[in-house]
Design a protein around this ligand. Structure first.
Ligand code: PMP
Length: 456
């Protein structure tokens, strides 16, 4: 590869990019009018392009970065790992970072989880959980259990299995003929709570539909899969922990697994290290990725209970083993970045410090509630979302074709803040190294963008 010369510009790289790349989750024709931004380097919350413009990464580069770009501690760990072992097959072999990481994950995740199965991205962790659950029941002599229940408005990734258990029409509708048939229960989403109803009452009321779905179908259901507390890709819709408590009880009662997809909400995003802690529950399977490596490298893990693990443990001839694999399973560099990330959580009182940052985010957006086109400002810990609507009273959305959220995005870019609204929902999910001053900058720019975008 030719190194970028000193005089490489945004324009050069943009032109070359647009003739050979196909970007994720993008209508490429949009780039005829809106440039793709080539990033030269990152430091802390900042990304810098080839023309020297800086962008505050308010969404942690798709929710992955926890402790800033080019974090010196994680960098040093990776440099050391690079000179020791970059990769080795994890079937029949093992390595120190994978062993240590598994020990530490078992220690810090909810108590009944005792086994770590690695993959290399969030969707694959979900595929692993779905296959493991189905296969568990098959090994237990229950081959009729072949279905999954998920929530309306849920998102679990883009591979076909993960897409099937998701429920965001924008991503799913086109591929429906290719997908597994699944069961969908009402979302505990509190956005539509009744006047005067608390979050807890709302989520509890909406549990009735899940209970009924379980009552009717548990014989054919392997597992329920949920995103605990925040449906992130589903417009950052939020709900109360009581739902998870009720769900845990019902899954036990009806003999189905509970899969917690904490790929987005894990590692402190909702205020606790894992969102399940707020409901004081342990899932049967837990999927983690994104923040797992501090946002450095693609790595994911599915944790399972001992009960599930034991259902696969037998003589080879009985053909009960879980024969799933990915080439880069448990990559040592990824595991080492994850270990460095966990060190920072252990040594730097991160969750306690985040409480103050979360308070600042709340205070800095208080006045957004008064805006005539803001229906709701909602927050769980370090995730704060602002829902824009055409009519505040009825909560009627803007026509989606107007792409109001995108106008906020474009304004923020001009002002040096990377936001990536989900439709007309503007949200902040910043790296934890953000300062109070930077929070105010981020929310001020969003406010200006909202003012501009909601004009007639
Ligand atoms: N589950 C959830 C809750 C997610 O938010 C995401 C990614 N946004 C995924 C799964 C899929 O992860 P990946 O993009 O790494 O495949």
């Amino acid at each position: 590869m030719s190194p970028p010369g000193n005089n490489t510009t945004n324009h050069d790289l943009m032109q070359r990019d647009l003739s050979v790349l196909w970007h994720p989750c993008t209508q490429m024709k949009d780039h005829e009018t809106v440039p793709v931004i080539p990033i030269k380097q990152g430091k802390g919350v900042w990304l810098e392009d080839f023309d020297g413009n800086r962008y505050l990464d308010a969404i942690s580069s798709w929710w992955v970065n926890l402790f800033g770009h080019a974090n010196p501690y994680i960098n040093a760990a990776l440099v050391d790992q690079l000179s020791t072992l970059e990769h080795v097959i994890l079937a029949g072999f093992t390595h120190q970072p994978a062993v240590e990481l598994s020990e530490r994950l078992v220690q810090i995740t909810p108590p009944t989880l005792t086994r770590c199965f690695y993959a290399d991205n969030g969707s694959s962790a979900v595929e692993v959980a779905l296959k493991m659950s189905y296969h568990y029941w098959r090994n237990q002599g229950c081959p009729r259990k072949t279905k999954f229940i998920s929530l309306a408005n849920s998102y679990h990734g883009e591979t076909l299995g993960a897409l099937a258990v998701g429920n965001v029409a924008l991503y799913k509708e086109t591929y429906k003929p290719l997908l597994l048939e699944t069961l969908t229960a009402a979302s505990p989403d509190c956005y539509y709570r009744e006047h005067g109803e608390s979050w807890a009452d709302c989520s509890q009321r909406l549990f009735a539909d899940m209970r009924q779905t379980l009552e009717q179908h548990s014989e054919e259901v392997c597992a329920v899969i949920v995103e605990p507390l925040v449906q992130c890709a589903g417009n950052m819709r939020m709900y109360d922990p009581i739902y998870l408590r009720l769900l845990r009880e019902a899954c036990d009662q009806f003999n189905v697994h509970l899969i917690a997809d904490e790929i987005a909400v894990g590692f402190g995003r909702t205020g606790t290290l894992f969102a399940c802690e707020q409901a004081d529950i342990s899932p049967d399977l837990l999927c983690l990725s994104k923040g797992l490596t501090g946002g450095y490298l693609p790595l994911s893990v599915t944790l399972a209970t001992d009960n599930i693990y034991q259902a696969f443990y037998d003589d080879y001839q009985n053909l009960t083993a879980f024969l799933h694999s990915h080439s880069y399973t448990g990559n040592p560099l990824g595991c080492r970045a994850a270990l460095a990330t966990l060190d920072i959580f252990r040594d730097e009182n991160v969750l306690e410090k985040n409480k103050q940052l979360a308070r600042t985010m709340r205070e800095s957006t208080k006045h957004f509630n008064e805006h005539p086109h803001v229906a709701e400002v909602r927050q769980h810990g370090m995730i704060l979302a602002i829902e824009l609507v055409q009519d505040k009273q009825s909560r009627k959305p803007f026509p989606w074709q107007e792409r109001r959220g995108r106008k906020v995005y474009l304004h923020a870019l001009k002002k040096g803040v990377l936001l990536r609204p989900l439709g007309d929902v503007i949200y902040f999910m910043p790296p934890y190294v953000i300062t109070e001053e930077q929070i105010h900058h981020m929310t001020n720019v969003a406010w200006e963008g909202i003012q501009l975008a909601t004009q007639a």
